[in-house]
Design a protein around this ligand. Structure first.
Ligand code: SF4
Length: 630
């Protein structure tokens, strides 16, 4: 038996773990006590990562589709088929789309980006689970000069005032949530801004519970209260904080009374919190991505709020957008996706889309959006380690090494780049993805000549500013290194905000309920990967046993008004579709609102995808619906 140190790659927290090997096989996992973020803890997913890695559901050989069925092929045949067909696209810039994986290593993603851009000439790139992280990074770059978080998860320890924007942190990133809880135990004031009750709002010192769909206005109102409180102290000027007069003007039309009436949050509570925040030694803003994060109209005032606190750069302070997937931050850093990209998969379905070929890496979601459109493409290439529903659509399938079968680096949500070593060899004939991309490039006439992962990472360090000077050896010697290493953090310019006092979508008329899309406790089981674990899958199955068609959460008062009980069938109807599901009575949702968890296939493909707001407006998206007894 031996233990081998590495990094859990199931979410953006980046916990340290040890994999246990017995007889050359992965047999278990244990937490790293010394790791500065996880400190001896793993969440339920992390504790079962060995089950995933030991699954028999691997893709072990290349396959090509012939007469409607996939058949085994040699690596050379599959590479030639893909390289030659992509090179023959008349207009790859519009006809080829590439969807990488936010779970892949930086080395894999760096070369996938080069393959797409330099070899095949397309800039249509995305990563799965990209959500709205692009908007957050764009806001951070515009305000603070780098598309990177400020502060670190380890800094949460020293935070004296923590603002949680959105409430799903405990479900998405349990160890990061636990760090917030520990800070609260040490006396930090934790304030949660969320329309629903969650584990985080329950542990918070104060729950600022805004009405669904009004988060932007609630953040703006808090910002106004801070400006007012800070203005009285008059200890900063426009020179210190460029854009301050514009921000004041944008907020001038938001009256405390209007803000209170629209959001439901007493303005006096915001004034009290503003004074407490300004008096605190340090201030950390944390937001977890909901179904797809926050929209830009909410992200911008959150970043401004942090800037006007005057505490960014101080110990225990920062802005941490915590991601659900392990290497989403790194996917942006190495240029696989940029801040300008929108919803590429959604754009595929547009009548104007000219995409004819799709190259997908490690699609870990159990739901494939726009399946019919993808099925009609001329060429679909799938690269992955595990058997995946996407293979049904693929013309060519390549196996890839898992993260324990190749050296690689991963960048956690807080910008900590960590080295994960190869701990076992991949199955015979299976290549690390970066090597496969290099072979496709070579077939297309571009031989990069990389001999190993270290050389690829040297290429990253040579071209990505935050990675300059980093090496595999240096990262392996400790617990990684943060990409934002400048000693001072200065706000270059406050961001423009929408200070208007009107919710984007209001329920009423035929659609009186505000439907939100949230995360079930078992949300990760929608992920193809987690369905291959034993214990988490068992919990998911238990939920399905109780609610086989999923559920919609309603308050007890609304259930009584509708004359339905727990588990009774109801029909939800919006302007764009309808869905039958079961009632789950919960005190987590406010009267007049409802919440559907994102974990049942039919819910997503048949209802939520039909309403694009669920994916483009962020976690505060509200779909007006009617709910009737079915
Ligand atoms: S919190 Fe994330 S990184 Fe940590 S053990 Fe859980 S899944 Fe892994």
């Amino acid at each position: 038996m031996r233990y081998s140190a590495g990094v859990c790659n199931l979410c953006g927290t980046g916990c340290g773990h040890f994999l246990r090997f017995e007889g050359g096989r992965i047999a278990g996992v244990a937490p790293s006590v010394a790791h500065p973020v996880s400190r001896g803890r793993l969440c339920v997913r992390g504790w079962h990562i060995h089950e995933l890695l030991a699954t028999g559901a691997r893709i072990e050989a290349p396959m090509v589709r012939e007469r409607g069925a996939l058949r085994a092929a040699t690596c050379e045949e599959a590479i030639a088929s893909v390289a030659d067909r992509l090179a023959a696209l008349p207009d790859p810039a519009t006809q080829l789309a590439v969807v990488g994986s936010a779970r892949s290593s930086n080395e894999d993603n760096f070369l996938l980006a080069r393959l797409a851009r330099e070899v095949f000439g397309t800039g249509q790139l995305a990563v799965t689970s990209q959500g709205t992280h692009d908007r957050t990074l764009h806001a951070l770059r515009s305000a603070f000069g780098e598309a990177a978080p400020i502060g670190s998860l380890a800094d949460v320890d020293g935070a004296r005032y923590i603002l949680l924007v959105g409430g799903e942190l405990a479900r998405l990133n349990p160890i990061a949530a636990s760090n917030v809880w520990m800070a609260a135990q040490r006396g930090a004031r934790v304030v949660a801004l969320s329309s629903t009750r969650t584990q985080m709002t329950r542990l918070a010192s104060r729950h600022l519970q805004q009405k669904p769909g009004t988060k932007r206005i609630a953040v703006n109102a808090f910002l106004k209260a801070i400006l007012t409180a800070r203005g009285a102290r008059a200890d900063f000027t426009e020179r210190d904080l460029p854009g301050y007069p514009e921000l004041e003007r944008a907020l001038a039309g938001l009256s405390p009374a209007a803000a209170e009436s629209i959001t439901g949050i007493p303005y006096a509570a915001l004034e009290e919190e503003a004074r407490t925040l300004l008096a605190a030694e340090s201030f950390m803003v944390i937001f977890a991505s909901g179904i797809s994060g926050l929209d830009v109209e909410t992200v911008n005032p959150v970043v401004d709020l942090a800037a006007v606190s005057g505490k960014m750069g101080a110990a225990g302070s920062g802005i941490l957008p915590i991601t659900g997937v392990c290497n989403l931050q790194g996917s942006f850093d190495v240029g696989l996706v940029s801040e300008e990209h929108g919803d590429l998969v959604g754009a595929l379905a547009a009548p104007s889309s000219r995409v004819r070929a799709l190259f997908v890496v490690d699609h870990d979601d159990g739901v494939i959006r726009h399946r019919e459109r993808i099925a009609g493409l001329d060429l679909v290439v799938y690269v992955g380690s595990f058997v995946n529903p996407f293979m049904d659509l693929a013309h060519v399938v390549f196996p890839a090494a898992t993260f324990v079968e190749a050296d690689g680096t991963y960048t956690a949500s807080d910008g900590r780049v960590q080295f994960s070593p190869a701990r076992i060899p991949p199955p015979a004939g299976v290549l690390p993805a970066w090597r496969l991309f290099g072979a496709i490039a070579a077939r297309a006439g571009r031989d990069w000549g990389y001999g190993g992962e270290r050389e690829v990472f040297a290429g990253i360090a040579g071209s990505v500013p935050g990675y300059a000077g980093l090496t595999h050896e240096g990262l392996a010697a400790g617990f990684g290194c943060h990409t934002r290493r400048a000693p001072t953090v200065r706000c270059r310019r406050l961001l423009p905000i929408d200070g208007t006092a009107a919710a984007a979508v209001s329920p009423g008329g035929s659609f009186p309920f505000a439907l939100m899309i949230g995360k079930a406790q078992h949300f990760w089981h929608q992920h193809n990967l987690m369905r291959k674990t034993l214990i988490p899958r068992r919990e998911y199955d238990a939920t399905l046993l109780q609610y086989p068609e999923g559920y919609v959460e309603l308050s007890a008062a609304d259930a009584e008004r509708l004359q339905v009980r727990d588990n009774w069938p109801v029909r939800l109807t919006s302007a764009s579709g309808s869905l039958q599901t079961a009632v789950r009575i919960s005190d987590d949702v406010q009267d007049g609102s409802a919440c559907v968890p994102y974990f049942i296939n039919e819910m997503i493909s048949g209802f939520l995808v039909a309403d694009d707001r669920a994916f483009t407006a962020g976690e505060d998206a509200v779909i007006p619906v009617r709910i009737e007894k079915a």
